[in-house]
Design a protein around this ligand. Sequence first.
Ligand code: ADP
Ligand code: MG
Length: 276
Amino acid sequence: MSVTEPVPTPVLRLAAASFGYSDRVVVSHVDLTIEPGDVIALLGPNGSGKSTLVRGILGLAEHLGGEVEFFGVPRDRFTDHTRIGYVPQRHSLSASVRATAEEVVAVGRLSHRPWWKPAGTADAAIVRKALATVGLGDRMKTDVSTLSGGQQRRVLIARALASQPDILVMDEPTAGVDVASQHVLADVLHHLAEQGTTMLIVTHELEALELIVNRIVCLRDGVIDFDGSPTAYAAHELAHEPGHHHHLHVTAPDHHDTGPLRSPQVVPKPKGGEHA
Ligand code: ADP
Ligand code: MG
């Protein structure tokens, strides 16, 4: 690397970060730096703290220690929230809400303009493009309650895309949807990766994403157990579980000094933990 080459500011930097709920530490001492263009699969057994980690990053779970920085700015001074797109776990659209796909995705534009200013043609174009990106360009006027679970997930991804974030954080985007939709979602994520979108994707379906991720991070009992390339991950899995290449539930012996860190009481099957 030449000296004149600028060092990119990391999208996200966690240093010894801990997150949890009302003083109960669930995820602890996480060191994680996400560079622009990284596509990271976050793996780990149910209850290992994946959702808590992403929710903590987004400020939706309590920040109980360490540092969180977005684009080089400590999170408590970071105000440009539209730069982070989030698709929560297991979220589908309520059947009671009558709204078209276009209307739902337009919500992604709200934070980009003052409340009194109506959506302009630029907003409309961004909404249209976001829906086209997830393969629903022909469903703009469709009532979301009539869409399949997989299509609703795609609408939610389009909503996150419409806010034109610098990083897209998705919690099990392909879980609980039919196989056909899983393939479409994997294609959508491929397409986004090709465009250079930085992504942090919680998933159990690594195989569907293995061609697009450049890094794999594994959580186990609230601590990072592995962080490296897919190749290194395969070797790590083979070393710990011969014959279980790509086995997703890391059960490697605990080589971390968990010392004073109390082990979270892992509930093996929190609601929504199972996947189809
Ligand atoms: P994962 O996404 O890896 O399945 P979670 O982050 O959902 O794991 O859960 C990790 C631990 O945090 C579990 O023991 C779970 O019961 C607990 N937990 C999750 N959400 C909450 C919450 N809102 N309040 C208290 N504890 C929670
Ligand atoms: Mg989860």
